[in-house]
Design a protein around this ligand. Structure first.
Ligand code: B12
Length: 209
C-alpha cells in the first residue's frame, strides 16, 4: 500500500484521508507531537496557497475544520504526556481584532497537560480582558497569540498594559507570523514557535525544570 503523505492530504483538505492517516500513525506508535507537526505543516501550506491566490477564504475555513477534527483524535494522546500537579497559572488569549484560535487552543491543552492552570480569555480579546484576568488570577506567565501582522500593534499595547498591572509576569507571544523580532517589538519576554517550547519557557518562568 502506498504511504500516505499527511502534509499533502492536509494541504489538499482531504478530510477522510487526513483522519484515516492520523489514526493509522497513532496506531503505528508515531508520537502525537510528530503527527501534530505534520498537520501544522499542512496548515502552513494552506496559508501559502491562500497568499498566492490559489485558495480562497472558503479553503481557509475548511482547513480549520479539518485541522480541528483531526486534532480531536490527537487530544488524548497529547494529554497522556502530562502530569496532574499544578505548577503555575497562565493567562492566555488571542489579541484584539484576531479570531484565530486553533494554535491558542493547542497551547492551552498542552500547557494544561504539563501542569499549568490556563485561564483562557478567548479570541479578539480586548486589552481590558487580559488586564482583568491578570489582576484576578495573578499568573506567573501571560501568553498572547496573534496571527495577523495588522494586530502586532495591539499586541504591543496589550504587553504594555499587562506590564503596568504586573511588572513581574513573564509575557510570551506566539502564532504563525510572530518571531523573535516581533517579540522584541512588542516588549515581550519571549517568543515560542510551538506549544512545546511554550511549556519549556513557562516552566523556566515558574522555576521548574
Ligand atoms: C485556519 C486559518 C484561518 C481560519 C481560523 C479558524 C480558527 N478557528 O482559528 C479563518 C478562516 C477563520 C481565518 C480567517 C482569517 N485569516 Co487566517 N489563516 C488560517 C491559517 C491557514 C492557519 C492558522 C492555524 O490555525 N494554524 C495551525 C496552528 C496550530 O498553528 P499556529 O496558530 O501557528 O499555532 C502554533 C504556534 O504558532 C504556537 N502558538 C500559537 N499561539 C501561541 C501563543 C503563545 C503565547 C505561544 C507561546 C505560542 C503560540 O503554538 C501553536 C501550536 O504549536 C493561516 C496560515 C498560517 N500559516 O498560519 C491563515 C492566516 C493566519 N490568515 C490570514 C488572513 C489574512 C486571514 C483573514 C484576514 C482572511 C480574510 N480575508 O478574512 C481572516 C482574519 C479574521 C480575523 N479577524 O482574525 C493570513 C494572515 C496574514 C498576515 N500577514 O497577517 C494567514 C497567515 C494566511 C496567509 N498566508 O495569508 N484564518
Amino acid at each position: 500500500m502506498a504511504k500516505v503523505d499527511l502534509v499533502k492530504a492536509m494541504t489538499e483538505l482531504d478530510e477522510d484521508l487526513v483522519l484515516a492517516e492520523v489514526k493509522a500513525q497513532l496506531s503505528a506508535g508515531i508520537p502525537a507531537v510528530e503527527v501534530l507537526g505534520q498537520l501544522q505543516r499542512g496548515m502552513e501550506a494552506v496559508g501559502k496557497l491562500y497568499e498566492a491566490g490559489e485558495y480562497y477564504l472558503s479553503e481557509l475555513i475548511m482547513s480549520a475544520e479539518v485541522f480541528s477534527t483531526a486534532s480531536k483524535e490527537l487530544s488524548d494522546a497529547l494529554a497522556a504526556g502530562g502530569g496532574s500537579k499544578a505548577i503555575g497559572t497562565m493567562v492566555l488569549g488571542t489579541v484584539k481584532d484576531d479570531i484565530h484560535d486553533i494554535g491558542k487552543n493547542i497551547v492551552a491543552t498542552i500547557l494544561n497537560c504539563n501542569g499549568f492552570k490556563v485561564v483562557d480569555v478567548g479570541v479578539d480579546a480586548p486589552i481590558a480582558a487580559f488586564v482583568e484576568a491578570v489582576k484576578e488570577h495573578k499568573p506567573k506567565v501571560v501568553g498572547l497569540c496573534c496571527l495577523l501582522t495588522t494586530a502586532f500593534d495591539v499586541m504591543k499595547e496589550t504587553v504594555a498594559a499587562v506590564r503596568g498591572v504586573d511588572p513581574g509576569a513573564t509575557i510570551l507571544v506566539g502564532g504563525g507570523p510572530v518571531d523573535e523580532t516581533v517579540a522584541q517589538y512588542c516588549g515581550a519576554d519571549g517568543y515560542c514557535k510551538n506549544a512545546y517550547d511554550a511549556v519549556e519557557f513557562s516552566k523556566r518562568a515558574v522555576g521548574v525544570n
